[in-house]
Design a protein around this ligand. Structure first.
Ligand code: GDP
Length: 528
């Protein structure tokens, strides 16, 4: 098969949702279509349960599971589909943000009863900013939920999207009869039995056909016709260009648990979703079909076995082919590295592969060479644009609790930060180290891992910070000099050496912005 064909057949995407909306269930059903797994239940749910937040072993176990489910690949109708796992738990939101830099499109799952929830809002915002094509799947139609039109409104308002339904439910909950597939113009009836034949659809090109009454009853037929009329009156018709540039989001309805509406979603997805895209490096744009390999690290996973400190670096291939045992340039280190056992992922397994293509993810064994955002190439000095950091929610000083093990502690902190477990800030005033995290859970993970993987002990001390803001200012500006003098106590460097202002309250942040208007404060490290 030609290189071009290999690229054209790949679809690399992520499923995002608020926990419990049905992401795991949907993933599992999608895998079933690829024949990648034999039965339901094979995709392990790697969400961290609330009750387990202080159980270290539980954390470790969960982390282990997510290695296996980090990338799930399968073949469906001649397409190679790569699903990148995105943890729904908010303490791991950073992980998800980084994974979103490696997807070409996204499916957003929303619970029909709960509507748009907090995590969905945050994750969709990131996708919207990056103009990632999104398809919305409204799930759990077998249950009573919100009215379809109200929900579509909510999606538009809260998520700032511009939707167009490509399927529409016939009834809901107890009265759920099925869905009309606007994209394929057919009806799929719901029997409430997950074993039912999912190919079983009734073509319905003309919705005014009186056959409709016979099939779904008079009342439902009338309602469906009204609804479809409203849909075509209110929403702009589906336009693939708009979808691809992030300006329009098609919506499907269904029930993942009952495997209902999932085939419709998948069939449309492989038709419309983009193959691997052109990506911006700092130097230039890189096209997927360039012959020379390039890719970047978007995730690093530590080994479960504390005796082997090796890690798995996940590389998204942007261009060219990645081949086993070929030397590639690690651009940040300026040295060539060879990989004798690159892992590819298939269903819930990983295996060594000789060659991988744009859109694919390879897992490389690493002993500490990589950090998140690193670029690998066939030789060109390319740097894929950094993966942004967002302001952490929690901040604590980290102290060394064992003076004999200072070296181990710093090495451990360094490597854990490379993995993206948390963010490190070094105070300008006194060089003290502050760890910023998205969730309190990370502090336990860090302490545990420092002890078990690096033999170092740490303690934490509260450091009341409201938000970390990345500072942008002209170097010799008088106002900036004064800002630095007056705010010295609140200034730190992040791991890349960028200046960060640690505001202790929303009020002081506001005052600072007013007092030093020429000093720009950003909530993410990616600006300009
Ligand atoms: P995740 O946290 O988003 O991965 O959600 P899960 O896939 O684990 O689903 C959360 C819960 O919702 C589980 O108990 C599922 O069985 C249930 N669920 C998922 N899809 C459906 C559906 O279509 N209908 C109903 N009634 N329940 C569902």
């Amino acid at each position: 098969m030609s290189f071009q064909t290999e690229i054209a057949k790949r679809r690399t995407f992520g499923i995002i949702s608020h926990p419990d909306a049905g992401k795991t269930t949907l993933t599992e059903k999608l895998l079933l279509f690829g024949g990648a797994i034999q039965e339901a239940g094979a995709v392990k749910n790697n969400k961290i349960k609330k009750a387990a937040t202080s159980d270290f072993m539980e954390i470790e176990r969960q982390r282990g599971i997510s290695v296996a489910t980090s990338v799930l690949a399968f073949i469906y109708r001649d397409k190679k589909i790569n699903i990148l796992d995105t943890p729904g738990h908010k303490d791991f939101a950073e992980d998800t943000f980084r994974t979103l830099t490696a997807v070409d499109s996204v499916i957003v799952v929303i619970d029909v009863a709960k509507g748009v929830e907090e995590q969905t809002e945050k994750l969709v915002e990131v996708c919207r900013m990056r103009k990632i094509p999104m398809i919305v799947f409204i799930n759990k139609l077998d249950r009573e939920g919100k009215d379809a039109f109200d929900l579509l409104d909510e999606v538009e308002q809260k998520l700032g999207l511009s939707v167009t339904p490509l399927s529409f439910p016939i009834g809901m909950g107890y009265d759920f009869k099925g869905i009309y597939n606007i994209y394929e113009r057919n009806i799929n009836l719901f029997s409430g039995n997950s074993k039912k034949n999912i190919e079983d659809t009734i073509a319905f090109d003309d919705i005014t056909n009186p056959q409709l009454e016979k099939i779904i009853g008079e009342k439902a037929a009338l309602e469906l016709r009204d609804n479809l009329e409203l849909v075509s009156g209110v929403y702009t018709a589906f336009d693939r260009e708009l979808y691809l540039n992030g300006s329009q989001q098609p919506v499907f309805f269904g029930s993942a648990l009952n495997n209902f509406g999932v085939r419709e979603l998948l069939d449309c997805f492989i038709d419309i979703a983009p193959p691997p895209k052109t990506k911006m490096a700092e130097e230039r744009e890189v096209k997927a079909n360039e012959t020379d390999f390039s890719g970047f690290v978007f995730k690093i996973h530590a080994n479960m076995d504390p005796k082997h400190r090796d890690r798995l670096a996940f590389v998204k291939i942007v261009s060219g082919t990645f081949e086993r045992n070929k030397p590639y340039l690690h651009v940040r280190h300026g040295k060539k590295l060879k990989f004798s056992s690159p892992n590819a992922f298939f269903a819930e397994k990983k295996e060594i592969v000789d060659i991988s293509y744009p859109g694919d993810i390879v897992g490389l064994h690493d002993t500490g060479n990589f950090k998140i955002g690193d670029t690998l190439t066939a030789g060109e000095e390319l740097n894929y644009k950094g993966i942004p950091s967002f302001s952490p929610e929690h901040f604590r000083y980290i102290n060394n609790a064992d003076p004999m093990k200072a070296k181990q502690l710093y090495k451990g902190i360094d490597q854990l930060m490379d993995e993206g477990v948390a963010q490190l800030f070094t105070l300008e005033l006194n060089g003290r180290k502050v760890i910023g995290t998205v969730g309190a859970l990370q502090y336990e993970v860090i302490q545990y891992r420092l002890e078990h993987e690096y033999g170092a002990k740490c303690t934490y001390e509260n450091f009341p910070v409201y938000k970390a803001c990345w500072v942008e200012a002209k170097e010799n500006n008088e106002e900036f000099k004064e800002f630095k003098r007056i705010k010295q106590k609140f200034l730190a460097k992040d791991k890349r050496g960028q200046l960060v202002f640690l505001a202790d309250s929303a009020f002081s942040l506001q005052m600072t912005q007013q007092k030093y208007p020429s000093v720009k404060l950003h909530f993410t490290s990616e600006f300009g």
